[in-house]
Design a protein around this ligand. Structure first.
Ligand code: TSJ
Length: 640
């Protein structure tokens, strides 16, 4: 057997594997992307953009353009070296083809650069290709334009040279497959949040986001020379800082980098965002632990040295020194290990030491050199310690009466029979009538129902601390069983899934905003560890004419249009609220795990919601005015 023949045989074998591989992605997309909901749809874009960002990190690309084209087609373009088009030494086909047809090819093929893992990131362009109705790629390198096309992962046009060029770069255009995804419409704001985050994390890289869909044209150019410093500035933009200067440190050693930016504001919220290889790590991990211990130690040492803490005072706690902090920590490392419930916790132990040393040494020096800032921060943390002590005393005094400690569950809770939180879920339902339908429609073995509020709370007008101090939220806290704030203990959580079920209208949206902000501020691990979901009740019931025709349900206007095409002249009922549905209908459309869609809330969602609430309820007039002007349509609704 000659050499040439052997390569060909290998190639055939590889090729068969490749086809099986991508077929597997289509058969079980859930194994490769977290969901086939709207979230999964957006993840496709992140995956492609991540590849372009890797090229920027390698130092060969400084501009990435992301476009939403008519028909919700995505186009991503970079000005890098272009994906290599030569024959791949192991596979015997072009590297370009390998990238799009071999599972897990991402990052490995070029050598050099680091491979990143965690979530979808790094699973490669082949997954996006497998889940796209079509995908076209154009590579400019070595003086030529190369083009290639695929449909649902299979090659429809082999790599062809289509022209000459002096430029280099890669363009990928794809249309997500309607057979796979429940939802095909891209949300500009969701992409904008992610692209902005990536622009902050990769200082100097320009990311252009453009919406080219008819009637929705808009464009943003994101480029932050200041990197994560500007990220912190951005998060604090509607808050009042305690010190002007953004504290920033960085360190590099043996293929690893770490950087941190810090600014305190006069609020009480702790906002520590951590990233590893540009991937958000809401479960924290070694880099975050290193940061937190160093911060606590440096501030305690400073406060002791300058007698702001007296000899018999207790040390400031981690919560004290993080009250009002906004902090971004970003690390880059080879072979990052992601652990935890949602694989978003960094496990590499050396990172704890690296970040701890960097923060402790630099922050100690910074505090010595900047006494005004040091005093402002230390005063703030001492005030937090005093407030914590006062709150603890008050709590102890009322301990017996506290609903938190009461073993009895709230009267309105319709609990489930199962006790294992891995199997249970609780629906938080707006209003008593919807609560009634949910109670009768549920599977009582593992689904609990807690109705909240007979009537709507005016979120906009009430003060936020009043709402959170509000007795109305206490039954929910009791039902969850895990406490609140500093005392929150997720290991005591009584339900694995917390599902918010409110109407698809403005009041429902208020309730979701309020509850998510409450969880985000006082029970954040609930969101970080992925326990919080939003139920998706249908907006319409479509009753086809004719006997034996089951009613169909539409969850958005696109689905309604499709159903009306299928069943012309059908009766359409628009649901004004959950209360209009019978228990059976509510079960079938919204609560049955076999058929329902529930959206998991991630930290980015919650952060955005928290910001919205801060703007709407905060004391700063200017951001509120701007927000209202920019969102005029929504805010008209807010006054309903
Ligand atoms: F996702 C993707 F693969 F489809 C994709 C990759 C999408 C987009 C928009 C850009 C890219 C991409 C890949 N941009 N730049 C690159 N670079 C390489 O693949 C590359 C080029 C040269 C070399 C080399 O060693 O010479 C190595 C690599 C990895």
């Amino acid at each position: 057997m000659n050499e040439h023949h052997r390569v060909e045989e290998n190639y055939d074998a590889e090729k068969i594997q490749v086809l099986e591989g991508l077929e597997a992605v289509r058969k079980r997309p859930g194994m490769y992307i977290a969901t086939t909901s709207s979230q999964g749809l957006h993840h496709l874009v992140y995956e492609i953009v991540d590849n372009a960002i890797d090229e920027a990190l390698a130092g060969f690309c400084d501009r990435i353009t992301v476009e939403i084209l008519p028909g919700d087609v995505i186009r991503v373009t970079d000005n890098g070296r272009g994906i290599p088009t030569g024959v791949h030494p192991k596979m015997g086909i072009s590297t370009l083809e390998v990238v799009f047809t071999v599972l897990h090819a991402g990052g490995k093929f070029g050598g050099g650069g680091y491979k990143v893992a965690g979530g979808l990131h790094g699973v490669g362009a082949s997954v996006v290709n497998a889940l796209s109705e079509y995908l076209r790629v154009r590579v400019c390198n070595e003086g030529k334009v190369h083009e290639m096309a695929f449909a649902r992962g299979a090659v429809t046009q082999p790599m062809t040279v289509t022209g000459d060029t002096d430029l280099t770069g890669t363009t990928v255009e794809f249309k997500p497959d309607g057979e796979i995804f429940d939802e095909l419409e891209y949300d500009y704001e969701t992409l904008l949040t992610r692209m902005r985050e990536q622009a902050f994390l990769n200082a100097g890289v320009t990311i252009v986001l453009r919406d080219a869909r008819e009637g929705r044209e808009r464009e943003e150019t994101l480029c932050y020379e200041g990197g994560i410093r500007q990220f912190v500035e951005y998060i604090n933009r509607n808050k009042t800082p305690v010190h002007e200067d953004i504290i920033y440190f960085s360190a590099a050693r043996e293929g690893s980098e770490a950087e941190v930016a810090i600014q305190y504001n006069d609020g009480y919220n702790e906002m520590v965002l951590s990233f590893a290889n540009n991937i958000n790590t809401p479960e924290g991990g070694m880099h975050e632990t290193g940061l937190k211990t160093a911060l606590t130690r440096a501030i305690n040492d400073y406060a002791r040295k300058y007698k702001m803490l007296k000899d018999d005072d207790k040390n400031l706690t981690g919560d004290d020194v993080r009250e009002g902090i906004t902090c971004v920590v970003s690390v880059k490392l080879e072979e990052a290990q992601f652990e935890g419930q949602t694989k978003t916790k960094l496990g590499n132990a050396f990172m704890r030491t690296m970040v701890d040393n960097m923060v402790y040494d630099n922050l100690s020096a910074y505090l010595e050199e900047n006494p005004t800032v040091a005093k402002a921060i230390t005063e703030k943390t001492l005030a937090a310690a005093r407030a914590r002590e006062a709150a603890r005393k008050a709590r102890e005094a009322t301990r017996r009466k506290s609903a938190l400690d009461s073993a009895s569950m709230p009267g309105k809770l319709a609990d489930c029979q199962e006790r294992d939180p891995a199997l249970t879920e609780i629906y938080i339902v707006e209003g008593d009538s919807a609560g009634g339908s949910a109670k009768n429609g549920r599977d009582r073995r593992y689904q609990a129902i807690l109705p909240l509020w007979g009537k709507m709370l005016n979120v906009e007008k009430a003060r936020i601390d009043k709402i959170f101090g509000n007795e109305k939220l206490m039954p929910m806290v009791t039902a969850f069983g895990a406490g609140i704030g500093e005392e929150f203990d997720i290991s005591k959580l009584r339900y694995g899934k917390i599902i918010l079920m409110a109407d698809a209208d403005v009041d429902g949206s208020h309730i979701r905003t309020l509850l998510l902000t409450f969880f985000y501020r006082y029970m954040r691990p609930l969101i970080e560890e992925g326990h919080v979901y939003i139920a998706q009740p249908p907006l319409y019931k479509v009753a086809p004419r004719g006997r034996n025709q089951e009613p169909r349900y539409a969850y958005n206007d696109r689905q309604l249009a499709a159903l009306l095409q299928e069943f012309p002249g059908a009766d359409v009922q628009r649901y004004k609220g959950l209360g209009e549905m019978s228990p059976q209908q509510l079960w079938e459309t919204t609560m049955d795990p076999e058929t329902r869609t529930i959206l998991r809330v991630n930290v980015e969602d919650a952060m955005r919601i928290d910001q919205t609430l801060t703007i709407l309820m905060g004391e700063k007039v200017e951001p509120r005015r701007e927000f209202i002007e920019q969102n005029a349509r929504d805010v008209v609704n807010l006054d309903v």
